[in-house]
Design a protein around this ligand. Sequence first.
Ligand code: FES
Length: 109
Amino acid sequence: MAGVRVRYVDIDGAHDDIEAEPGDSVMRSAVQNGLPGIVGECGGTLSCASCHVYVEQEWMARVGGPDATESDLLEGVLSPRRPESRLSCQIRLTAELDGLVVHLPEEQL
Ligand code: FES
């Protein structure tokens, strides 16, 4: 199966493009590729909130919103929570998300 392309944009507007394995999370593909800006301290078990990203507006409908547990954790992120805030360990990469763009927050953890 082909990879799923994800673009990570930092606060300066610079970006990294990664081709992730289908089924990986947005957090895991960043960490595995050594991208700064996403920590993923809890390994994706939804207990740290160090994988905060802002989903590009046009992708919001396809990515969807957080569930109740994720939403609670999002209350504790360091950078401002916005409507497009998600914890990237909870965004599973499927072919439908090929080309996804996420923005990194100014501060993580
Ligand atoms: S990696 Fe810990 S909540 Fe996402």
